[in-house]
Design a binder for this molecule. Structure first.
Ligand SMILES: Nc1ncnc2c1ncn2[C@@H]1O[C@H](COP(=O)(O)OP(=O)(O)OP(=O)(O)O)[C@@H](O)[C@H]1O
Length: 706
């Protein structure tokens, strides 16, 4: 029924208003700058001649004129700001790190120079016929001292770098997680936002040394400076060795011949060439291959995989997806043989090595040539070639990293769609009697669907009233619940909460006044204590609060018989297993065993979690989506009695509004009002007796169910 959603609603400009809640950068990026970065990042992902197709997140961008322009836009937009933020975490250490890195670039040339001096001295001593150890010893001591200094600087530099990197790592990860937690479901449903977050994740992970590129943080750009200083120092050594024009010619010949293999390998494009770009077909195949691999590995699917005998199908489907990938890779123009590749495959290095001896021979004719200078000349040439190679690689990686950095900066500035702009936001208007809800002509269509799931839904509920939402499968009950909970938005209509437009309320503040059990509630692979305590984190460490919530939700009965009581670790995949971990932890096998629960037991834990905060004074609405679908009659009645009790003051006045969705119409009749839903709309609304008298759909459904 639903099409695969296209990146149609991308980012609206309003999403880039860099709300003051998000503060990754000290100097806030302007909306225009954010939009430029986002546009440039998105443009870099477009696959030429495949309109509407984008590169997979993390795919390398080809180095071409258009992408170089986009990289410049991103660099201008965010690199400096980001660098300043990261630098300001440890200004002194970071400055030291950069200076030391540049200085360390001179070390190799200096090392070669010093060693050449020793060789020359040795040559002089031997050729002069009066060999004395004192001069040689002096040089050796100086060399040992130089090396000791180098080692000391190196170890200080790496200790300093570790401190800087640790704090930067912490900072970017913190920002990334905080931003991810701020984003709501409609924002995360946007495929472009998802891709941006994925690339931003790659950027963040690169700070842990886990990225494939090795050069993704602005600090790693320091490497370029270090390599440039290394190159400059080697060139300087070479120039001092080759003053005359004959020598200059020899120098050029040496460098060119030494750089030729590098040039050939660059033109030859090895199969693992990083500019490889996935087409959308390849991307889909790769995704399918990954999904099938997950199906094979994920323990949560294991029971159905075994029961339905899915093994051969998974294996066969994975194999055909993999083969198709391999076939596409073979056809890729990057894997076709080209002239430079063929040249590269011919082993020319021996030939070039011989060629490089010609300048050496030329130099040897000179009266100024010594053994040390020749050795220094040779090692400097090799170092120049090696450093140029590194510099080219580093620059290529830096180029790719710019786009990931753009994704990070863009991701940091995505505004959650459900959060109102600060100028429109209103405070939640508390009410002592619960939440008054007025829904007028609400409609909602899920992204990518043609048919609306909610159509013209209108009802009102006074503060403290209870409402049962009933109806056939797929009639829109859970969707209405999600709209009321402000988990998703609505397309048309108005929704007022205590007289205020719900769109003006900040979702996180609104959620503080609600407790809920979702139809597809979460099962956490964690302890019983956490499964219940997460309903109200401030009381999670209070055994009394946890036990109280468990009593209300009816989970105390079975938790008492678990091996470690509320400390028992639960297995959310639904069957007991030993967690696979190569790390041998402490504790007995039994204490590491995760315990499975029945469907009804998990549901009781979810209800207990909701009860963790249900009786708090700030909670005005209790919304339960089929809270007792897996529970036996006794527990079910007990839970509804508890809900009734919690929603009243000790004097019996109603203090909280209650909404529950149920298919058991015997429980629906307990509510003050009943909403009968059909085809996405409320067709009947009233008390149980009124609706029965009406003799409509509710009456039919009720008679069928009792
Ligand atoms: N995430 C989604 N994306 C697209 N369509 C959805 C999504 N969730 C639900 N729908 C569609 O919206 C319609 C209403 O679904 P909803 O879950 O609200 O029904 P329901 O009345 O709660 O059903 P049930 O009684 O089976 O729980 C259905 O047609 C369903 O296919």
């Amino acid at each position: 029924m639903c099409k695969e959603s296209k990146p149609r609603h991308l980012w609206s400009p309003s999403q880039f208003t860099n709300a003051n809640r998000v503060r990754p950068l000290p100097k806030q990026m302007s909306v225009t700058s954010c939009r430029c970065i986002q546009k440039a990042w998105l443009a870099s992902r477009v696959i030429p001649r495949h309109r509407g197709s984008y590169l997979m997140p993390g795919a390398h961008r080809p180095i071409n004129e258009a992408n170089i322009r986009l990289a410049l836009t991103i660099t201008r937009g965010c690199a400096f700001d980001l660098f300043i933020v990261l630098w300001s975490l440890h200004p002194v250490r970071t400055t030291l790190m950069m200076i030391i890195n540049v200085v360390r670039g001179f070390f190799p040339a200096f090392r070669g120079y010093s060693q050449a001096m020793i060789v020359d001295e040795l040559q002089n001593l031997i050729s002069s016929g009066c060999f004395t150890w004192s001069r040689l010893l002096k040089l050796l001591v100086a060399e040992i001292f130089r090396r000791a200094m180098e080692t000391a600087i190196d170890s200080f530099a790496s200790a300093n770098e570790n401190v800087v990197h640790d704090s930067v790592r912490f900072f970017v990860e913190y920002q990334q997680i905080a931003q991810r937690l701020r984003l709501d479901i409609p924002t995360l449903a946007d495929p472009v936002v998802r891709d941006c977050l994925q690339e931003s994740d790659l950027f963040v992970r690169s700070f842990n040394g886990m990225g494939g590129f090795g050069l993704l943080s602005p600090f790693d750009f320091v490497q370029i400076l270090a390599q440039i200083s290394e190159l400059a120092s080697h060139l300087w050594v070479l120039l001092t060795l080759t003053g005359g024009s004959t020598h200059m010619g020899a120098l050029l010949l040496s460098i060119l011949s030494a750089l030729l293999p590098l040039f050939l390998s660059r033109c030859g494009l090895t199969p693992s060439h990083p500019d490889l770009a996935y087409t959308s077909k390849e991307a889909r195949t790769a995704e399918r291959q990954e999904k099938l691999r997950n199906l094979a590995y994920n323990d949560a699917h294991r029971p159905e995989v075994l029961l339905f005998g899915l093994g051969p199908w998974i294996l066969h489907s994975w194999a055909s997806a993999r083969k198709s990938m391999m076939y596409d890779e073979r056809l890729s123009p990057l894997n076709q043989s080209t002239l430079p590749q063929i040249l590269h495959q011919i082993n020319v290095s021996d030939l070039l090595f011989a060629l490089q001896n010609i300048p050496l021979l030329l130099m040897f004719q000179s009266s100024s040539a010594s053994l040390g200078s020749l050795a220094l000349y040779r090692s400097s040439i090799q170092s120049v070639v090696y450093t140029v190679g590194n510099l080219v690689n580093t620059a290529r990686m830096a180029f790719q990293s710019i786009f990931l950095m753009g994704a990070f900066c863009a991701a940091m500035n995505i505004k959650p769609r459900l959060t109102p702009p600060s100028e429109d936001a209103e405070k939640y208007p508390s009410s002592p009697n619960g939440m008054k809800i007025e829904a007028r002509h609400l409609s909602y269509t899920y992204p990518g669907c043609k048919e609306p799931s909610l159509k013209d839904v209108t009802f009102s509920l006074e503060a403290g009233e209870s409402l049962a939402i009933v109806g056939y499968n797929g009639s829109g009950k859970s969707t209405l619940a999600k709209v009321l909970l402000r988990i998703i938005d609505f397309d048309q209509g108005d929704l007022l909460v205590n007289g205020v437009d719900i769109r003006r309320l900040t979702p996180s503040e609104y959620h503080r006044h609600i407790t809920t059990v979702f139809q597809g509630f979460s099962k956490y692979s964690s302890t019983v204590r956490e499964n219940v305590g997460l309903g109200y984190v401030p009381n999670m460490q209070s055994p009394a609060a946890i036990e109280h919530a468990m009593r209300l939700g009816g989970s105390d009965t079975f938790v008492g018989s678990l091996p470690n009581g509320i400390k028992t670790k639960l297995d959310a995949s639904g069957f007991e297993f030993m967690p696979y971990s190569p790390v041998s932890g402490h504790g007995t096998m039994a204490s590491r065993l995760q315990h499975g629960l029945s469907g009804g037991e998990w549901q009781r834990l979810a209800v207990s979690r909701a009860f963790m905060r249900a009786d708090r004074p700030e909670v005005d609405l209790l919304l339960f989506d089929e809270p007792t679908s897996s529970l036996d009659g006794c527990v079910q009645n007990k839970i509804f009695d508890t809900i009734d009790q919690i929603s009243r003051s000790p004097q019996g006045e109603k203090t909280k509004t209650v909404i529950f969705i149920t298919h058991r119409l015997s429980t629906a009749r307990r509510a003050d009002k009943i909403a009968m839903m059909e085809n996405g709309t409320i067709t009947e609304f009233g008390s149980h007796d009124d609706l029965l008298k009406k003799g409509g759909s509710y009456a039919t459904l009720y008679r069928a169910s009792v």
